[in-house]
Design a binder for this molecule. Structure first.
Ligand code: URA
Length: 236
């Protein structure tokens, strides 16, 4: 990672001010002053000091990613969601909070805040996940009722979900509070229809930013991070 970027991320300096601090000799890497903002540092191995004070790469980061199809919600392997974050994704300890199937698109929270993610994913918090889906054949009255009442799947009974089908019932939104493997696809399959497209549009208080194209990401705003922390305390 570039030294100016790293310096900014471990301090309250903007990237530009971090560059200035580096050029003025205020930043040392492994004990030696480095004056090139584009020098490479490895956050896992190198020790960086700013004004003689060791920088700790500690403040948590939170990104909203619009996951495109074809990427896996994992930290290891090829075509992971972290690869979409470029250099930002190289930060130690980053992981996707929850999983979307490789062919599912939409909102994925990427963070290094393990305790928060643990709470958000806890079934006891009932954090809502809302998806837009397309399916075939059209949902029936019975199928919709089954989803609303709690579909009985092979290994568990899903909690009652909110579903808002389109007039032709070939698409709609579904809101679940659990995060079991292939949950939405399996619920719809149980209701007699196959999901042909799935996009997460909301995770608790976070709504997918329409300005993010597929593969786009941005840091959460302070308001969004605070809302997530509140959701982790009491759900949604
Ligand atoms: N439900 C699914 O079936 N797949 C996902 O990716 C998310 C929810």
């Amino acid at each position: 990672m570039r030294l100016d970027k790293y310096t900014a991320s471990v301090s309250h300096l903007s990237r530009r001010d971090a560059s200035g601090a580096i050029r003025r000799g205020r930043v040392a890497v492994n004990g030696a002053v480095v004056r090139s903002p584009d020098a490479a540092v490895d956050p896992d191995r190198d020790t960086v000091e700013i004004d003689g004070v060791p920088a700790v790469y500690a403040a948590n980061v939170y990104y909203m990613l619009n996951k495109p199809a074809g990427y896996i919600s994992s930290t290891e392997g090829s075509r992971t969601v972290l690869a979409l974050l470029g250099e930002d994704g190289a930060r130690r300890g980053l992981f996707p909070c929850g999983r979307l199937d490789a062919d599912t698109e939409g909102l994925l929270l990427i963070t290094d805040d393990g305790p928060l993610a643990h709470l958000l994913l806890s079934p006891r918090r009932h954090v809502e996940k809302e998806y837009f889906f397309e399916c075939s054949p059209a949902l029936t009255d019975e199928g919709i009722k089954m989803i609303e009442e709690g579909a009985v799947l092979s290994d568990f009974t899903a909690k009652p979900a909110k579903i808002a089908p389109s007039p032709d019932r070939l698409s709609g939104t579904i809101t679940v509070t659990e995060g079991k493997y292939h949950q939405v696809k399996r619920m719809l399959a149980r209701a007699g229809s196959e999901v042909t497209y799935l996009r997460r549009v909301r995770f608790g208080p976070l709504t997918l930013d329409p300005a993010l194209g597929p593969g786009g990401y941005r840091p959460l705003t302070r308001g969004e991070t605070d809302a997530l922390k509140r959701a982790s305390e009491k759900g949604n």
